[in-house]
Ligand binder design. Structure first.
Ligand code: PRP
Length: 211
């Protein structure tokens, strides 16, 4: 059977996604004891994994280097892409939210400055609300932006709420729900149809079993 390459994200999703692949019988031992390695071949299947940054999962899948990938819905919403989104894996669940300090006035009349890693999601959200905002793109530790006066509020991911809490921020609005999605390269779905559907079907059953 032809090799199927799957791109996974380093970090947040890893701990949720590896057990899912283990449950469908794919050996992930090397992936779990990985050290600094970034490419792994499963010992008992035709599957290999690459570990890359979330946004690069889409790039590798779009270019067909990886046949499949697992990435958060936030990335699919934020970055234009040309891949098939096949399965909601129902792990890595969190929300994109508007958060700020107690003094934030969501219905105030002044033009707001919003700090975020997600400028496209942010502009779509406020456009839908009919509000013109200034968006300040930052790359991480978003929660400190309203504390230091860089922005009036943030749009960011909230999972446990711990980061908001520890930085004295409150959740004001929920923008959308996020979870990990299985994506597939369009050409691979034709060329490696049987192998890819074999993985998809087993993953879908594993997701359903968890319910
Ligand atoms: C994300 C997000 C929040 C935090 C939310 O950051 O941007 O800061 O996790 O999680 P919680 O609600 O469970 O506290 P991430 O850890 O991905 O790091 P980053 O700040 O470098 O983007």
């Amino acid at each position: 059977m032809r090799n199927i390459q799957i791109a996974l994200t380093k970090g947040r999703l890893e701990k949720h996604v590896i057990p899912l692949f283990e449950r469908i019988g794919i050996d992930c031992k090397e992936l779990k004891d990985k050290g600094r390695k970034l490419v792994f071949r499963s010992k008992n299947s035709n599957i290999s994994f690459i570990l890359v940054k979330a946004v690069d999962v889409v790039t590798y899948v779009e270019h067909g280097i990886a046949d499949m990938g697992v990435v958060g819905k936030d990335i699919l919403l934020e970055y234009e892409n040309d891949v098939y989104e096949m399965v909601d894996l129902e792990v890595g669940c969190c929300k994109i939210c508007v958060a700020s300090t107690l003094s934030y006035r969501p219905n105030g009349y002044n033009k707001k400055r919003i700090a975020t890693k997600y400028p496209n999601i942010t502009s779509a959200y406020f456009r839908k609300k009919g509000e013109d905002v200034e968006i300040i793109k930052i790359e991480g530790s978003v929660e400190i932006a309203p504390l230091l006066g860089l922005a009036d509020a943030i749009i960011d991911i909230v999972e446990t709420g711990q980061t908001l809490k520890e930085n004295g921020l409150l959740l004001f609005e929920e923008v959308c729900d996020i979870s990990a999605r299985l994506i597939v390269n369009k050409a691979s779905l034709k060329m490696k149809k049987d192998g890819i559907f074999n993985v998809i079907n087993r993953i879908e059953s594993a997701v359903a079993e968890k319910k």
